[in-house]
Design a protein around this ligand. Structure first.
Ligand code: SF4
Ligand code: SF4
Length: 294
């Protein structure tokens, strides 16, 4: 069986319309599994027509220390060695401050500190109304290691693609350029960057292009809200040319997108003939051609 192609939608920062575009593309690509890798603020599920949660899996992010009060003699050694001030005067460890270094666990003279993997989140595998699959995850409050959770979402999406025979994994990546973004990008076949025509947009675009170049991922760019500052559209096109990146086009500013979001719909669902919907369909056609050639 052919391995599914993986396309990740990313942006150098939040608020560029990345998730709205991913949601719309998910309606246009029929043969796909969708993965929401924005695990710190998953919201793609709100605009997709989900059917039911088929499976919930626990995510263990890393080890944290916990003092068993019945075994603790209150000698204070753990407090002396903790570099993160995570242990209170009455010998309770704050799970948010604990960095999981394990020092206190190894130095406690009476083995009163447990050091186990902690439940840090959940990963959900859902069916969608168009018979596709959707995988997303949520971190529990105060938990970290979202890069590892992103890897779990991608693995589950790959498994679903294998089981269902779908040829595309469409990934909504996290914003920014940190560890979760790197986890979302590595090993994908195509990165679609959503940017805005502003100085900040151009700056963030350069940073994320450096990442995709570093990982040698074929990259394409879309300018969202393109008519708010037309001069930066030219700047984006120039940057794409200089870096050998595919420039796929523009999505004009469309106030109906906000209305669609309020109704938990994609713009294609809400206003299929508006300028933004037409632009997204053109971008989808170009993406299909690129993916066929990969
Ligand atoms: S080092 Fe162990 S025994 Fe001493 S205060 Fe800490 S947990 Fe209690
Ligand atoms: S595991 Fe490390 S960070 Fe956590 S409480 Fe112990 S010494 Fe402090």
């Amino acid at each position: 069986m052919m391995q599914a192609k993986e396309m990740v939608v990313v942006s150098g920062k939040g608020g560029t319309g990345k998730t709205s575009l991913t949601g719309s593309l998910s309606f246009l690509f029929r043969d796909k599994v969708i993965a929401d890798c924005d695990v710190d603020a998953a919201n793609l599920h709100m605009i997709l027509n989900l059917d039911e949660v088929l499976l919930t899996k626990e995510f263990f992010g890393g080890k944290k220390a916990r003092i068993a009060p019945e075994r603790c003699t209150q000698c204070g050694k753990c407090r002396d060695v903790c570099l993160y001030d995570a242990i209170s005067g009455d010998f309770v460890i704050d799970p948010v401050s604990c960095e999981g270094c394990g020092t206190c666990h190894f130095l406690c003279p009476v083995e009163a500190i447990d050091f186990d993997e902690r439940l840090a989140g959940y990963c959900y595998i859902c069916s969608t109304e168009d018979n596709g699959r959707f995988v997303f995850a949520e971190m529990l409050p105060g938990e970290e290691n979202s890069g590892k959770l992103v890897a779990m979402v991608r693995n589950e999406a790959r498994e679903e693609a294998k089981k269902t025979g779908h040829g595309l994994i469409l990934i909504d990546g996290p914003p920014g350029i940190g560890c979760p973004v790197i986890s979302s990008l590595t090993g994908t076949h195509l990165a679609l960057i959503v940017t805005e025509p502003t100085p900040a947009g151009a700056h963030d675009l350069k940073r994320i292009v450096e990442l995709t170049n570093h990982f040698q991922i074929k990259t394409a760019v879309v300018v969202n809200k393109s008519d708010i500052n037309a001069s930066y559209v030219g700047e984006t096109q120039r940057l794409c040319k200089e870096n050998g990146i595919l420039y796929l086009g523009e999505i004009p500013y469309e106030p109906k997108i906000t209305e669609a979001q309020k109704e938990a719909k994609t713009i294609l669902d809400f206003a299929p003939q508006c300028v933004a919907s037409r632009a997204i369909r053109e971008i989808h056609t170009k993406l299909q051609s690129i993916l066929e050639e990969l």
